[in-house]
Design a protein. Structure first.
Length: 381
């Protein structure tokens, strides 16, 4: 049955910071190539989320030895009536998981499910998205929840699309569509006629806080002029701004930082923010000044940075979840992601389960039948 485990809920920032050493130890044991399990990543994500939810980290341990960490937040939906536990994630998160060494997996799963059952009147729904289909804990967690009569569903939630960087660039690019290559060439021609065009990679910053702050302001300026501004997700907004500043500080210290800039006559008009970790390149976000959209600066930058990454010694380039048209032009391969939903076995949990499993799918089918399907579009990249 494995050794018994104790659990403790961490609900404040002091306790969260105190877990850093144990957290990163478990991150390395869970998946040493995944930056999205590192404490530094979650610290940055919390900077974004801390004004809209409550910290709920479940720490599983045996005496002084850390066995597992379940990074959650408590969200109150429906004017506070619905209490939903979710991963501490943000739109830039490319994958999420529970931290646990493989040899402790069964012990941790039992401890988690025991705790959720014991506290079933304190939560209504558990929503875990962007779990890799290769997660070592996903299957045992699902079946343990089902065995304890917690109604649980497991559904696909897209792919984290990726490009294999180990192959030869000319061979890879020759297999892209004619329309993609034509669009890239047109963008190159338009940009050349505009002024001096340069693509620059920034992968090292001084530890001086003023230098980091100045660089972050540059990124925020580009993002603030993006067509995405109305989404509330651009870096000039409070939550995303705190996130990018915290992440840039950590990434610079740890050697993970990689930011590509496209400049025209010395002015930065487009950028892509990446984290490089464990041989993997993770493209977190790309923005460009909408005033230059007629020049397709985002598409051009994406093309040129990809060309540079081939042969760089990196293994994969991850584009993040979502089958956006511009991503699919470059690759249809990726890491399949899943979403696990569980409902507390009380009246409110049962009502939410009925709404999610019966009502919403029926409404979706009705809308698809009544309303014509329109493909959403977005300018450039």
């Amino acid at each position: 049955m494995g050794r018994p485990a104790s659990v403790r809920w961490v609900k404040d920032e002091m306790g969260f910071q105190a877990l850093k050493a144990a957290w990163n130890q478990l991150a390395g044991e869970t998946n040493p190539e995944c930056v999205f399990l590192r404490h530094e990543w979650f610290e940055a994500a919390w900077e974004w989320r801390k004004t809209e939810c409550e910290l709920r980290v479940l720490y599983i341990f045996d005496r002084q030895e850390p066995l597992g960490i379940f990074p959650l937040v408590l969200e109150r939906r429906g004017n506070g009536a619905i209490r939903q536990l979710s991963f501490l994630e943000i739109p830039d998160s490319q994958s999420c998981d529970i931290l646990v060494a493989r040899q402790n997996r069964d012990t941790v799963v039992r401890a988690i499910v025991d705790e959720f059952f014991a506290t079933r009147h304190g939560w209504d729904m558990l929503r875990l998205s962007r779990i890799s289909s290769d997660s070592p804990i996903l299957e045992p967690l699902f079946f343990e929840m089902v065995s304890r009569r917690l109604f649980t569903t497991l559904t696909p939630c897209g792919k984290n699309l990726r490009i294999d960087l180990k192959v030869d660039w000319p061979d890879y690019y020759s297999k892209r569509s004619r329309s993609l290559k034509k669009g890239n060439n047109l963008a190159a021609n338009r940009l050349r006629k505009t002024g001096k065009v340069e693509v620059v990679q920034v992968d090292e910053l001084s530890a001086d806080p003023a230098t980091i702050a100045k660089f972050v302001r540059l990124l925020c300026r580009i993002s603030s002029k993006s067509w995405k501004k109305s989404t509330g997700l651009t870096l000039d907004h409070a939550g995303p701004g705190r996130f990018i500043h915290c992440l840039t500080r950590h990434a610079s210290e740890q050697g993970w930082l990689s930011v590509w800039l496209l400049t025209i006559d010395g002015e930065a008009v487009a950028m892509e923010y990446q984290i490089v970790y464990g041989g993997q390149v993770h493209a977190l976000r790309a923005d460009f000044d909408a005033a230059y959209s007629h020049l397709s600066p985002g598409s051009y930058l994406n093309w040129k940075l990809l060309e540079a990454l081939f042969g760089s010694g990196r293994r994969n380039y991850y584009m993040g979840a979502g089958n956006n048209a511009y991503k699919l032009r470059w690759s249809e391969e990726g890491e399949s992601l899943l979403q696990l939903n569980a409902y507390s076995p009380h009246l409110r949990g049962a009502a939410l389960r009925f709404a999610d499993v019966a009502v919403r799918p029926s409404l979706k089918r009705f809308k698809e039948w009544v309303l014509p399907t329109r493909e959403p579009s977005a300018p450039d990249l």
